[in-house]
Design a protein around this ligand. Structure first.
Ligand code: GLC
Length: 741
């Protein structure tokens, strides 16, 4: 009897599975049928129209004239998408012209940059990466999508998933750091958050993986600059977050401004067609970055706009963001036989596919009555939670933190202390500074009237204030604790810096305060990038890296300072000692002459600086302590298709409950392509009460142990591996295992 029951149940499961698979295939084929049906009715000009995106923003007479010009084009079916249209009513009014007054009534898709929040502005992605918390990242993207769709938007140009190893590049703020393993999981989480499980749902926001590809490897950290990297590095470091985002179902990708090995990313058929559309089986569409197709002329790659349009489409850029060269030249190029209409059709089908999957044909208009879903208290409270979990404790001498509740006299000092704009970060189009809780306000909210707060700006971010430092020193002398808010507001696009130390006015401010007060100095850095903060560390008793934390910035900082949240974040990027070390990252090769301390000889090193970072990737302190013991590896020998289980016991040996990010790294000791000295291959964020311990285990398989040998396939070679499990990329219990022939 049991056997029959088992058979019946298992066949129902299989039937179910195959049914859903059949349903999926049926759905896909019905979408394809719809696409072909629409395509068959389209004129050449209408096909090109789907590949055209223009920007419509601003107000007044100029806006009205621009809008009228575009409405005329829409009626002719010559525009497929808009960027920057603000307001759900405005969006619906424009959509109505496309649906009701054009020949085929194909709906427009409306996009805008919702990078880390729409009106509830979250910490910048680099700060969210510091939480190493995928659920948090997914939920913050979900909230951004709920708000953005309530604002009339279908499509966001996010997540930005560019790996970078260069903090001179201002856009380091927008990505998830230097490591492909961490960034890939963040990419997957963000896409799932934006697009939700049902892409056609009213609150689903089409995601856009950008900037494809290797934009973060710009020479000199200078934005938009050339990228020259090997295919190995491209596949090992810069491509994995895109593969992950596509696995998560991302429906669009944005081609980048930079060139890659001499070919512009927005005219690069190797990266766009061979890798993205073929190897990764990407079925959505590629939109160019702002005029990046036309900019292939500046690169010296295209003769003129017509040539740029030809090369962009042939290479695989499906939609032209605002340059207009597709609209102007593609019909002619097809008629001249320079572009096979099949290539054009493929791009049009991709755009139609996304519009159909998004449900725009059935629901072209957005509900205009969802404004009450924006910036709710619940969303604000969740933002505070994400902000708390993004703050990294870098130093805590003599456990000066958390502050007792409360010091009698608190000095709040620094150019970022009352700043309500900078915490919004570099992409917050709908963010408002009046929504932000500044650091000063956060301290006041926490302390209320239970301590005296003295304030002095001390200096500007990049300038001196007459008498400012003297005033700051004076109030510091009489305070029991000094809270110093330093940092920078140059961040994001076209924000590259050649000097990374904090500006001299701020360094002088902390030096003078340190010289003249015995009170502990707690420095909170509000910034969008890692910097060589050597002197901040030297003069401070404790240091928090608070990034740009969004609207609840001040409250989250106060929660950490006064122990209402025990900091758990860890670095997603390396902090250099000196700008001269850049690029500096943890997953480097060993070289033929690795530095061996106190040994004579010539080594790969600087004569005037250590090779070591100021703080390593994965580093972050807590108010409690965690110990690691009992590292177990089983089996210690396995075939390449086998699985290795690595487990470790983690104990909270301190006095505070806390969260620990347990990190697992490997090293393939000998391989036909040199492997890094360490590679992150697993992490787990766990909560442990004071005194509590837990065994954490990881499974290593060929996907994690292998590397890209040729093309996109992963190879695991036999030989010895080392493995570490610990609190960051420099510390941990070490073991080893062997992969057999
Ligand atoms: C910008 C940025 C890109 C953004 C686009 C639209 O230049 O490079 O990240 O999505 O233009 O605003």
């Amino acid at each position: 009897m049991k056997k029959i029951l088992f058979f019946v149940i298992s066949s129902i499961i299989i039937l179910n599975f195959s049914l859903s698979e059949t349903q999926l295939n049926k759905k896909q084929s019905s979408v394809e049928k719809r696409i072909n049906k629409i395509l068959s009715k389209m004129t050449l000009e209408e096909k090109v129209g789907q590949l055209v995106q223009f920007s419509l923003s601003g107000s007044g007479k100029e806006y009205k004239e621009k809008k009228e010009k575009y409405l005329t084009l829409i009626r002719k079916g010559l525009i497929g998408s808009f960027i920057n249209v603000k307001g759900v009513k405005e969006r619906n009014s424009i959509q109505k012209v496309a649906v009701a007054e054009s020949r085929l009534g194909i709906p427009l898709i409306f996009g805008i940059d919702v990078i880390h929040g729409y009106r509830t502005i979250f910490p910048i992605p680099l700060a969210q990466a510091a939480s190493w918390d995928l659920e948090l990242v997914k939920k913050s993207a979900r909230i951004a999508a709920i708000e953005a769709t309530a604002g009339g938007i279908d499509w966001t140009f996010a997540p930005m998933i560019d790996i970078t190893r260069d903090p001179r590049w201002g856009r380091i703020a927008e990505g998830y750091g230097e490591d492909p393993f961490l960034a890939s999981r963040m990419s997957f989480a963000a896409v799932k958050g934006f697009q939700d499980e049902d892409i056609s749902s009213p609150t689903s926001l089409v995601a856009c993986l950008k900037h494809y590809v290797a934009y973060g490897a710009a020479i000199g950290g200078r934005d938009y600059n050339s990228v020259d990297i090997s295919e190995k590095t491209l596949r090992e470091i810069y491509l994995p977050p895109y593969e992950a985002g596509i696995k998560a179902g991302a429906l669009t990708v944005m081609s980048a401004f930079n060139s890659i090995n001499g070919i512009p990313a927005s005219a690069n058929s190797f990266t766009l067609r061979k890798i993205l559309k073929n190897e990764f089986s990407f079925k959505g569409f590629v939109v160019s970055d702002w005029e990046s197709i036309k900019e292939t002329i500046n690169h010296g790659f295209s003769k003129n706009e017509k040539d740029a349009a030809l090369k962009g489409l042939i290479a695989g850029v499906d939609m032209d963001m605002v340059s207009g060269v597709y609209l102007k030249y593609l019909p002619k190029l097809v008629r001249e036989g320079k572009i096979d209409e099949k290539i054009l059709n493929d791009s049009v089908k991709r755009v139609l596919r996304v519009k159909i999957l998004k449900g725009l044909f059935e629901n072209p208009y957005k509900n205009e009555k969802r404004a009450d879903e924006i910036l709710t208290n619940e969303k604000r409270n969740f933002e505070r939670k994400v902000a708390q979990r993004s703050i990294i404790l870098l130093k805590n001498k003599n456990n000066v933190l958390p502050l007792k509740k409360f010091p009698e006299k608190i000095a709040v000092i620094g150019p970022l202390a009352k700043d309500k704009k900078t915490p919004l970060g570099c992409w917050s189009l709908y963010g408002r500074s009046e929504d932000v809780i500044s650091a000063f306000e956060g301290i006041k909210n926490k302390v209320k009237n239970r301590a005296k707060i003295f304030y002095s700006k001390g200096s500007e971010i990049r300038g001196f204030i007459k008498g400012g430092i003297e005033e700051a020193v004076k109030i510091s002398k009489n305070a029991d604790i000094v809270l110093l808010f330093l940092g920078d507001n140059i961040s994001g696009e076209d924000a590259s810096l050649a000097h990374l130390k904090l500006p001299e006015p701020q360094l002088k401010l902390i030096r003078e305060i340190s010289k003249n007060t015995r009170s502990p100095i707690i420095t909170i850095i509000i910034d969008g990038r890692p910097r060589p903060i050597n002197s901040i560390i030297k003069y401070s008793d404790a240091v928090l890296l608070a990034w740009y934390l969004g609207i609840e910035s001040g409250n989250a900082i106060a929660d950490v300072l006064f122990g209402d949240y025990n900091p758990s974040a860890k670095l997603p990027v390396t902090i250099p000692r000196a700008i001269g070390q850049i690029p500096i990252y943890y997953n480097h090769e060993n070289t033929g002459r690795p530095l061996i301390k106190n040994k004579p000889g010539n080594f790969s090193r600087y004569r005037d600086e250590s090779n070591e970072p100021l703080f390593p990737f994965g580093f972050g302190l807590s108010y409690t302590k965690f110990s690691y013991s009992n590292l177990k590896i089983s089996p210690e020998k396995a075939h390449s298709n086998g699985k290795i289980k690595v487990s470790v016991k983690v104990k909270n040996t301190g006095n505070y409950d806390g969260e620990e990010i347990v990190e697992l790294y490997i090293r393939d000791l000998v391989s036909s392509i040199i492997r890094p000295v360490k590679e992150l291959k697993g992490f787990r964020k766990i909560k442990l009460k004071a005194g509590e311990s837990r065994v954490i285990s990881f499974i290593l398989d060929e996907k994690l142990l292998g590397f890209h040998y040729k093309g996109n396939n992963i190879t695991v070679e036999p030989g010895k591996f080392k493995v570490w499990v610990g609190p960051n990329s420099q510390e941990g219990l070490e073991g080893e295992f062997t992969i057999l022939e």
